[in-house]
Design a protein around this ligand. Structure first.
Ligand SMILES: Cc1cc2nc3c(=O)[nH]c(=O)nc-3n(C[C@H](O)[C@H](O)[C@H](O)COP(=O)(O)OP(=O)(O)OC[C@H]3O[C@@H](n4cnc5c(N)ncnc54)[C@H](O)[C@@H]3O)c2cc1C
Length: 501
């Protein structure tokens, strides 16, 4: 069996592994890097264009992001954009679509207007679109099948002219090509090389085994999706964590139902992104709706096997059962799980999905979309067994012993360069190498973000106009009249409780 030595071995050739190889090659003096990938080409699983929503999740229209989270995501999302612009990948890897978060009904509209006020300094390009404006920009969110306006109040908070969409598989391939073009660094890519074992070397570093070769490395980063935790467990790390693979599926149309990305408002109780409609860059811009969310007992979506790997990585015990039970106790989550299960059952799936999708496009018809066979992937959600909790974000186990394991559910593709930067900083310190931070900042980051600009004032006028119209309407038809004291039981009605908060 042949043995190769590298400064750094990266296991997994998805967007995360390839981004790290690129950053190490371009911005450090690390001399040799290997990327070891299980399949016959890179980015065939979750980073593939049909597996994810192709979105750069900046945090501007994703209503589940807090301002603090959006400030971080914005920095890492900008890196994706800046990298693509640096190499001239506009309209081959990087695309621009209009995008918006859509609020439907007075409560959601007020929520979005409030959010706009909070987020507009971080995202000065955001615009506020009322129903009249939406009739031009995104007419199918306004009209029903008879051509009538939907009765509810709606608002879109969105942007035009931003870079929004990426073919992450092509981007991963470009990372490897550009890394290999860097002088003074060797970057070797090994395909068809599933890693079967990792062993700690008694003197320094690790041995990474495949059936054909052994790679020795001073530092190892495991970017193998859900299999990262599987490999961590195999070497005694991350035993307090368990992995719940949550598959996401899509429904695709054969036409441009939407002109751009339309995101619904997130139910804060639900752990996954709300339904959205996106133009699919690999399907002539036709609209793709999704993703759904379904727990699957396997670590990879469309490949054979990995059922046993799932059970091994789940490490089922009382803590995992308690974590799952806590989720199932919530009626919103229970219903969501059940609904998402039905989204996979032929006949019922389309009809049920239609009801949800009509919230975005009231005139959508059954004959306008199909279950997208072969689309979708798996989000490796991590369960913290000590806290008995499902973690929503990404998980990284840095052992402090020259090996890191990364699990990257959504928006892991957007944060690929940011996550790589985090690992790069640690690796250079650990190996005593240098990081050309100035070049990195010049090429990949964007400096200051919070710039207050005149357009915000203009948008705020629209916000106030929408609010005034809503209040006038409310005053005319919905004013509450209380004569005398209401019966005590009134306050125990769920609506009243909600109002009292
Ligand atoms: C339905 C859905 C929608 C999404 N939408 C978005 C979106 O719009 N925007 C966004 O930013 N993110 C999105 N994501 C998340 C994003 O797709 C992932 O976070 C990202 O692709 C993860 O990349 P990765 O390289 O870490 O993992 P992967 O792409 O899963 O790559 C892991 C690689 O490791 C390899 N590997 C595994 N085991 C081994 C082994 N033993 N030996 C060698 N190699 C191995 C695999 O073959 C694979 O190539 C979405 C995810 C899903 C499922």
């Amino acid at each position: 069996m042949t043995q190769h030595h590298y400064d750094v071995v990266i296991i997994g050739g998805g967007i995360s592994g390839c981004a790290l190889a690129y950053e190490l090659a371009r911005y450090t003096d690390i001399a040799s890097i290997a990327v070891v990938e299980k399949y016959d080409s890179i980015a065939t699983l979750n980073s593939k264009g049909t597996a994810n929503s192709q979105t750069i999740h900046v945090g501007d229209i994703e209503t589940n992001y807090t301002l603090a989270k959006a400030a971080i995501t914005k920095r890492t999302a900008k890196m994706v954009e800046k990298y693509c612009l640096q190499y001239g990948y506009q309209n081959t890897i990087l695309f621009s679509h209009q995008k918006m978060a859509l609020g439907i009904g007075d409560e959601e509209v007020e929520f979005l207007l409030h959010r706009y006020e909070e987020f507009s300094e971080l995202f000065p390009y955001l615009e506020v679109w009322d129903k009249e404006k939406l009739k031009n920009i995104e007419p199918r969110v306004v009209f029903d099948e008879n051509g009538n306006e939907r009765p509810e109040n709606i608002v879109g908070i969105g942007a035009k002219g931003q870079w929004t969409t990426v073919d992450y598989a092509k981007m991963a391939q470009s990372f490897i090509t550009n890394a290999q073009n860097e002088p003074n660094t060797t970057v070797d890519l090994f395909l068809n090389s599933p890693v079967t074992a990792i062993e700690k070397n008694p003197i320094r570093g690790y041995n990474v085994r495949t059936n054909e070769r052994i790679y020795s490395a001073d530092f190892v980063v495991v970017n193998a999706g859900a299999h990262s935790l599987y490999l961590a467990h195999s070497i005694g790390h991350g035993l307090d964590y368990s992995c719940l693979p949550v598959a996401g599926s899509f429904y695709i149309t054969s036409q441009h139902i939407l002109n751009g990305k339309v995101y619904m408002i997130q139910n804060p109780k639900l752990p996954f992104a709300a339904l959205h409609g996106d133009p699919d860059i690999l399907a002539k811009g036709n609209t793709r709706f999704g993703p759904t969310a379904l727990v699957l007992p396997k670590l990879e979506r469309f490949t054979k096997g990995t059922y046993l790997d799932f059970w091994k990585t789940l490490r089922l015990d009382l803590n995992v059962i308690r974590a799952l039970w806590k989720l199932l106790r919530e009626s919103d989550i229970r219903n969501y799980i059940f609904r998402n299960f039905l989204f996979e059952v032929p006949y019922f799936n389309k009809r049920l999905f239609l009801r949800d999708a009509r919230k975005i496009v009231p005139s959508l018809r059954l004959d306008e979309f199909e279950y997208a066979h072969g689309f979708g992937g798996v989000r490796p959600q991590v369960i913290d067994k000590n806290q008995q909790k499902l973690m929503l974000g990404e998980a990284s186990i840095n052992t402090g012993e020259g090996i890191i394991f990364n699990m990257t559910p959504s928006p892991g593709a957007t944060s690929c360069l940011g996550n790589a930067e985090r690992d790069l900083r640690y690796i250079v310190q650990y190996l005593g190498k240098t990081f050309d931070e100035n070049r990195f900042n010049d090429e990949l980051t964007d400096g200051e973000y919070c710039v207050l600009s005149a357009p915000i004032e203009e948008q705020k006028r629209t916000v106030n106009a929408i609010r005034d119209a809503m209040h006038a309407h409310e005053k005319e038809y919905y004013e509450e009249i209380h004569v005398g004291k209401p019966h005590e039981s009134f306050w125990s009605r769920p609506h009243s409780l909600w109002r009292k908060k």
